[in-house]
Design a protein around this ligand. Structure first.
Ligand code: AR6
Length: 181
């Protein structure tokens, strides 16, 4: 499924983000930036050691990446030019400002993408795996933040791909996107 919001194409895709031919892909990392499971593990595996080397440099410079923030590395062996690593909140019943933190992930990711002349970006469903953010809520936040960003900025990002690993999440995104068109 795809729709236009202003001049930006929004696409929904089900599959493995590491295989996509886009300028940048987004990683759901942790504050250490030293890799992990889920999409983080898949990205480090597919991208190779150049990604970890960049992450180590960032750690040495600024001690990692805080929740809601985003940092950039090479795409290594993948087709994308860069990886934007953002750290989502761990779900704690919504009692710990999780929504604001997740919104910041999307805002800061797109701002950093723009700053690095990214024209197309693929984004997984941040926090909805190991960090257990409810998928429905997270998809609503993702689509809402991205639409706001497009409408409120004169963005040069011409394609944003939301990547769902599983069908359930893909259907959730599809229904939410229909709701905002
Ligand atoms: N392509 C696209 N989406 C994927 C892929 C993939 N290859 N693999 C998983 N997903 P998660 P989090 C989906 O757990 O919840 C790591 O250990 C997955 O189905 O990767 O933010 C980090 O180091 C889910 O919808 O990230 C952190 O410690 C979404 O990606 C922690 O997990 C996010 O799931 C971060 O947890």
């Amino acid at each position: 499924m795809e729709v236009m919001i202003d001049k930006t194409l929004i696409q929904l895709v089900q599959g493995d983000i590491t295989k996509l031919e886009v300028d940048a892909i987004v990683n759901a990392a942790n504050t250490s930036l030293m890799g992990g499971g889920g999409v983080d593990g898949a990205i480090h595996k597919a991208g190779g050691k150049a990604i970890l080397e960049d992450c180590i440099k960032i750690r040495n410079q600024r001690g990692g990446c805080a929740v809601g923030e985003a940092v950039i590395t090479t795409g290594g062996n993948m087709k994308c030019r860069i990886v934007i690593h953002t750290v989502g909140p761990v779900w704690n019943s919504g009692a710990n400002n999780e929504e604001e933190k997740l919104r910041n992930c999307y805002k800061n990711t797109l701002t950093l993408a723009e700053y690095n002349q990214v024209t197309s970006v693929a984004i997984p469903s941040i926090s909805t795996g190991i960090y257990k953010y409810p998928k429905e809520l997270a998809a609503g936040i993702a689509l809402n933040e991205i639409s706001k960003y497009i409408v409120n900025t004169s963005t040069r990002i011409n394609k944003i791909v939301f990547v769902s690993f599983d069908e359930v999440n893909y259907e959730i995104y599809k229904n939410k996107l229909k709701g905002i068109c």
